[in-house]
Design a protein around this ligand. Structure first.
Ligand code: DLL
Length: 433
């Protein structure tokens, strides 16, 4: 079902006209109210009046996560604090979090876009939505919650953790849709098996999974283990939270980004040059309706491409290809660029191992080393040494064939790799900085 047919199926020219109008309003507003933007535009020798077409957007400077840190906590807000009704923050691995604020209208827009996203994923007011994204400063929990209420569904505010209780609630309350990270959905599948619950006895039919990169092979695995359709949802707190883009259930191929609220661009991360549709690079997003903290040309660090081809679902908003990872998650091992998701796609296809893995990167002398730790399943674990040796050689070879790098494969006992309730931590980089 299309939630907001008028906006979701707008012809291209109408989308672009609306984008331009909203972009102009946003630029005027940030120039007048946010000193950071006024200074950065001045430094680039530009004023909002110089933006005369959508393609002029390229003339504007980028905004970086560092700019948010430098203006911590409220420096990039475009309205006084008394108009802010909600504050979220995303925890960086280092230093202070990045802080975002929402006006009443921003919360309304976010709920609307999450409702649209739920509908695109095949959910409706008749669903019981089991929301296992964390509630708190993280945008996942509350973002999905408000969207599910806007949709008119019955939302269960589970938050993360306490998996046994999640299973009980899921059985007793008849959850039909689950919202959580892909890694948590796998953990849940495993816990269901341990508890002796047959997934066919559950009412679960759709998973709306995101907040971390995952591969197509992982989708196949999740769909099979939980007996659901697994839908990819994208978002980031700096731009809004979950619901910036989502796959439609009809195609399950690329995430529609809501272009009446966001303008996506793809750039070459090294040079900053804008790339044509279809080319892979870093996603840059400009918000055009946000009031609390508008973002102009925000560099997401996420790597994808824009797929402009029409979609079978009838929505006209362009799609983003499944995000392959963040440029700052990309490992450079002996000069080769490696995304953890590429290794995942190899592991998930191999029989005898589970999709639970860790990548340990280290340095011996001047040489980078990569150890892939992956769990074997119970059955393989009890096999002879020879079988295990063959399995690890096979994995080594597959990784070498795909990426051209030699790694060390360590098969570990079932259930020894830490499970995550939120975003999975899959890389330990021990190389000296
Ligand atoms: O993760 C918001 C969210 C919540 C999205 C629930 C989807 C579902 P942050 O914590 O700010 O916000 O992290 C944003 O997570 O820049 C990506 O690197 C990554 N990410 C989010 N969704 C996906 C996805 C939320 N579907 C960062 N595929 C983003 C790959 C994703 N990476």
């Amino acid at each position: 079902m299309i939630w907001n047919e008028d906006f979701e199926t707008l012809p291209r020219e109408a989308i672009e006209a609306l984008q331009f109008k909203r972009l102009k309003q946003t630029l005027d507003r940030v120039y007048a109210t946010v000193p950071f933007y006024q200074q950065s535009f001045k430094k680039a020798g530009i004023t909002p009046a110089d933006i005369r077409s959508l393609s002029d957007l390229q003339k504007l400077p980028f905004t970086l996560k560092q700019d948010m840190r430098d203006n911590y906590p409220y420096g990039l807000f475009a309205v006084p604090l008394d108009q802010i009704v909600r504050i979220h923050a995303s925890s960086g691995t280092t230093g202070k979090p990045t802080v975002v604020g929402y006006t009443k209208r921003d919360i309304d827009t976010w709920s609307e876009l999450m409702a649209r996203s739920f509908a695109a994923a095949g959910a409706s007011h008749g669903d019981v939505i089991h929301n296992s994204y964390g509630y708190g400063l993280f945008t996942g929990g509350l973002g999905a919650h408000y969207g599910a209420e806007r949709l008119g569904a019955s939302v269960i505010p589970m938050s993360g953790g306490n998996t046994k209780k999640q299973i009980m609630i899921m059985q007793d309350f008849g959850s039909t849709v689950i919202t959580c990270t892909p890694s948590y959905s796998l953990y849940l599948a495993e816990a269901l098996t341990e508890e002796g619950v047959d997934v066919n006895d559950l009412k679960l039919r759709v998973g709306i999974l995101g907040a971390e990169p995952w591969s197509e092979a992982m989708r196949t695995e999740i769909e099979a283990k939980l007996g659901i359709k697994a839908i990819d949802i994208y978002g980031l707190s700096e731009i809004m939270g979950p619901g910036v883009g989502i796959e439609c259930i009809e195609a399950q191929n690329g995430l529609h980004i809501w272009e009446d609220h966001f303008i996506p661009e793809i750039i070459n991360p090294e040079t900053g040059e804008v790339l044509p549709h279809g080319e892979k690079g870093e996603l840059v997003i400009t918000t055009i309706t946000k009031e609390g903290i508008p973002m102009i040309r925000y560099r997401t660090r996420d790597i994808t491409r824009i797929l402009p081809e029409p979609c079978i679902c009838g929505r006209t908003h362009v799609r983003l290809e499944r995000l392959s990872g963040r440029s700052d998650d990309m490992l450079i091992i002996r000069g080769v660029n490696v995304f953890p998701s590429q290794i995942e796609s190899v592991l998930v296809k191999i029989k005898g191992v589970e999709p639970h893995y860790m990548l340990i990167v280290d340095r011996e002398g001047t040489l980078d080393t990569l150890e892939v730790q992956v769990e074997v399943n119970e059955q393989t674990f009890s096999d002879e040494i020879k079988v295990l040796q063959d399995l690890s050689s096979m994995i080594r070879k597959e990784i070498k064939d795909l990426l051209g790098i030699t790694c060390n494969v360590r098969l570990v006992e079932p259930k020894t790799i830490a499970r995550s309730e939120g975003k999975a931590q899959r890389v330990i980089d021990r190389r000296p900085k």
